[in-house]
Design a protein around this ligand. Structure first.
Ligand code: NAI
Length: 395
């Protein structure tokens, strides 16, 4: 089958298996080139391991410090004549590379919010891995079926209190337009907290603790975003921001539990705005990312997921370093994004952007190529005109 990108709004409904594998190899090569992470994790559970920051965390742990990893994710497998979602191919590539290097890697494809997947994960950890010393919680999901009530909660990306109007970009068509988003209801806000807040992270940690599968001194991290005032109404001060406040609450609760268990720790890392399947769905944010990339690339400070996670692990978590917390107890690897000279430059460009000057004033071109790379398209060395087998079973 010849597989080409089919972009529908903010998703691409196809993915290229060998392209995804090449994308993974680039990330593994980056981590290896950076050298070993001393004192790094050895037994790692990554929840949300197949794309974005969770995938980059897994690659950093496996190839930076030789960690055994169990990856949990929710991807559509390939079928005869039908490509999988990219996280499926990404996971196969990571797993093959790890095993070829003699590093343990195992996977669980299913709903991480469910009790069943948690029990399956515990069984694999008990059988193959032993106590976990790092738990990365990196889910981004539009919905959650609550494991106790069976209620399906749907997350929304909306402002709170008042409508929000700003510029947004259709990244596929390249059209800049004004968008007004009506505020969320209290029910929608509560549902978003249920999906993207901290309750499920706490459930995972409790399940691991009850099963005595947390190593003394274990670390757990989850990821958040704050960003500039331009996006606050839709992000930091919106429904997702409220869920992130709950994630921070959970971090404090888990931290207290882990501290009493051999001096462990849990905290939030605030990461940089990056093209991901999750961020491309948020109104206004892709326009901000396109401007941000332009400014940060010009300054030579641009990073992708893998660079961010390598910096997090090597300068904050391990290598003899301790986390440097902000006033709220969060680690900040969004520090380069939030530098005043970067944000001032973004603010100068922001009001000037229009459809006509989008390519010139922003890095929409870089945004698009990074978006396509997430699905395995545009990788060097891949002949996209050649037939490729879409059906790749998980080992
Ligand atoms: P992503 O969409 O690339 O990855 C989400 C992961 O969650 C995938 O592995 C997916 O398979 C998994 N997943 C989703 N629903 C699941 C379910 N029910 N069961 C099991 N696995 C499931 O997202 P991204 O962008 O890497 O986000 C991860 C975290 O990082 C989120 O908390 C997000 O808010 C945060 N973050 C993202 C930023 C960005 O700009 N992309 C910036 C800062 C933080």
């Amino acid at each position: 089958m010849i597989i080409k990108p089919k972009v529908r709004g903010f998703v691409c409904v196809t993915a290229h298996p060998t392209g995804c594998a090449a994308h993974i190899q680039q990330q593994i090569d980056y981590i290896k080139a950076k050298g070993p992470i001393k004192g790094g994790p050895k037994n790692v559970l990554v929840i949300g391991a197949s794309t974005g920051f969770g995938l980059a965390s897994r690659i950093t742990a496996a190839f930076g410090s030789g960690a055994a990893t169990l990856g949990v994710f929710f991807e559509r497998p390939s079928e005869e004549g039908r490509p999988a979602t990219p996280g499926w191919y990404n996971t196969i590539a990571v797993t093959n590379a790890a095993r070829a290097a003699g590093i343990y890697a195992q996977n669980l494809n299913g709903d991480a919010f469910s009790g069943e997947i948690k029990q399956q994960a515990l069984a694999i950890i008990a059988r193959d891995m032993g106590p976990i010393d790092l738990v990365v919680y990196s889910l981004a999901s539009p919905r959650r079926t609550h494991p106790k009530t069976g209620v399906i909660h749907k997350s929304v990306l909306k402002p709170l209190g008042a409508p929000y109007t700003n510029q947004t970009v259709d990244t596929d068509k390249g059209i800049v337009s004004s968008i007004t988003i009506e505020p969320a209801t209290e029910t929608e806000a509560a549902d978003t907290i249920s999906v993207m807040g901290g309750e499920d992270w706490e459930m995972w940690m409790q399940a691991l603790s009850d099963a005595k599968l947390l190593a003394p001194g274990a670390t757990s991290i989850a990821y958040s975003y704050i960003g500039p005032t331009h996006t606050w109404p839709i992000y930091k001060d919106g429904t997702i921001g409220r869920a992130k406040i709950d994630l921070e609450r959970a971090a404090r609760a888990i931290d207290a539990q882990l501290k009493s268990h051999g001096g462990g720790r849990a905290f939030i890392s605030v990461n940089k705005a990056l093209v991901s399947q999750a961020s491309s769905a948020i109104p206004v944010v892709p326009l901000y990312i396109s401007i941000l990339y332009k400014v940060m690339k010009a300054k030579g400070t641009h990073e992708g997921c893998i660079e961010q996670m390598q910096r997090l692990f090597s300068t904050q978590l391990y290598n003899g370093n301790s986390p440097k917390f902000d006033s709220e107890g969060r680690v900040r690897v969004d520090d380069w994004e939030m530098r005043p000279e970067i944000q001032d430059a973004v603010s100068v460009i922001w009001p000037k952007v229009a459809t006509e000057n989008l390519v010139e004033l922003t890095d929409i071109t870089g945004y698009r190529s990074e978006f396509l790379r997430m699905f395995g398209f545009g990788l060097p060395g891949i002949d996209y005109e050649t037939e490729v087998e879409p059906h790749v079973p998980m080992a």
